[in-house]
Write a protein that binds this ligand. Structure first.
Ligand SMILES: NC(=O)C1=CN([C@@H]2O[C@H](COP(=O)(O)OP(=O)(O)OC[C@H]3O[C@@H](n4cnc5c(N)ncnc54)[C@H](O)[C@@H]3O)[C@@H](O)[C@H]2O)C=CC1
Ligand SMILES: O=C(CO)COP(=O)(O)O
Length: 337
């Protein structure tokens, strides 16, 4: 009789979102091994079933183990799930690439644009590994890790140009509290996730300046408009940006104090310097690193992205908070689109 083994996922790494997705996949019946950089994190996961660095209060499933050895993590894996800061992806992945299996599907969880190249994470993955695009997927949506670790309901989009691969990933991470939808629009999904971090910085800045919900809603709505313009110019479907990986993520991130990007922006809006805001936020804040590259894409595609422009100029110290507000409010009048 044929024995069907569970799907196996290697999750790199044991940070906030990596741990949450590892738990989701284990709860969905997938065998999961997490690659942690620090031995004490891997040891604690294996012995106490807790990630003491990120979620010391949450029990992890028995089917989730950890290692610091990339080769051991990448043995017979069906899925390699990547969740590290986007700017370190190229270098880290190059070291792991020789261990990746021939048929492995790579799932990117990263919401950033590479600074030097303007490439999306999935593009960096295909470039570094040589794995074809139809085996590289993106999982993105309104997914604040802390809420998901508490077992609260959430949904996301799994995008892959090969729909069958997206369905396999969907099955491997569908639980009673996590509902993945499939899509073939990798570009839209990925840009929705990356650019919302820049817009969340803007919303946080407005909140930190003491501006009200009207101003914040304006930034969310016009932020979605400029994100959609860029994504469609780059080949995305507009509907993707109206979905979980676009509007959904934008709403969650721009309204939650759990968001590191929104929080970083709030600190800036309250008058903290970039260095002070960085010290106060600590975890990965992709929007700070991706704003300039997003503006670069806007220029390359001839797209007007006024909010991204203003956030980039603020981060570069080129304008003040008052000048940022004026730059957005005193633009020439135009029709809404
Ligand atoms: N935290 C969240 O709620 C969500 C995060 N994301 C995305 O997931 C990605 C990872 O973010 P988080 O897990 O939140 O960040 P984090 O700061 O919690 O964890 C980052 C992890 O990457 C590891 N790391 C850092 N530099 C590295 C390097 N050079 N090489 C290898 N590993 C390295 C760290 O050891 C840590 O385990 C980001 O792109 C973020 O936008 C997406 C959805 C939700
Ligand atoms: O992407 C996220 C929620 O979907 C997490 O947002 P932050 O990175 O701003 O915390």
């Amino acid at each position: 009789m044929l024995q069907h083994r569970s799907a196996r996922a290697a999750v790199f790494s044991a940070g906030s979102w990596g741990t949450a997705v590892a738990k989701i996949m284990a709860d969905a019946g997938t065998d999961v091994i997490v690659h942690a950089r620090r031995a004490e994190i891997a040891d604690a996961i294996n012995t106490t079933r807790r990630n003491v660095g990120y979620f010391p209060d949450v029990d992890l499933p028995e089917t989730l183990t950890a290692t610091t050895d990339p080769a051991a993590a990448l043995e017979n894996e069906d899925f390699l799930v990547l969740s590290i800061p986007a700017q370190s992806l190229r270098e880290s992945l190059a070291a792991w690439a020789p261990h990746i299996g021939r048929d492995t599907i790579i799932v990117s969880l990263m919401k950033g644009i590479e600074r030097e190249t303007g490439l999306r994470a999935s593009e960096v993955i295909t470039e570094v590994t040589g794995i074809p695009a139809h085996r590289v997927a993106v999982l993105s949506g309104p997914n604040l890790a802390r809420e998901i670790m508490a077992g609260q309901p959430a949904a996301a989009t799994v995008a892959c140009s090969d729909e069958a691969a997206a369905i396999r990933i969907q099955r491997a991470c569908h639980t009673s509290y996590f509902r993945p939808y499939t899509s073939t629009d990798v570009t839209g999904c990925e840009l929705g996730g990356a650019v919302k971090n820049v817009i969340a910085l803007a919303v946080g800045i407005a909140a930190g300046m003491g501006l009200g919900h009207n101003a914040q809603a304006m930034l969310v709505t016009r932020g979605l408009a400029e994100t959609t313009r860029l994504a469609v110019a780059m080949g995305a479907r507009p509907g993707t940006l109206a979905g979980l990986a676009g509007l959904g993520d934008l709403v969650a991130t721009c309204s939650s104090p759990l968001s590191r990007n929104r929080t970083f922006g709030t600190h800036l809006g309250m008058g903290l310097s970039i260095e002070e805001a960085t010290r106060a936020t600590r975890q990965t804040t992709e929007g700070v690193k991706s704003a300039q590259a997003t503006r670069g894409l806007a220029h390359a595609y001839g797209i007007d992205m006024p909010i991204t422009d203003v956030v980039t100029d603020l981060l570069n110290g080129k304008i003040t908070l008052a000048q940022a507000t004026a730059a957005l409010m005193q633009r020439p009048p135009k029709p809404e689109r």
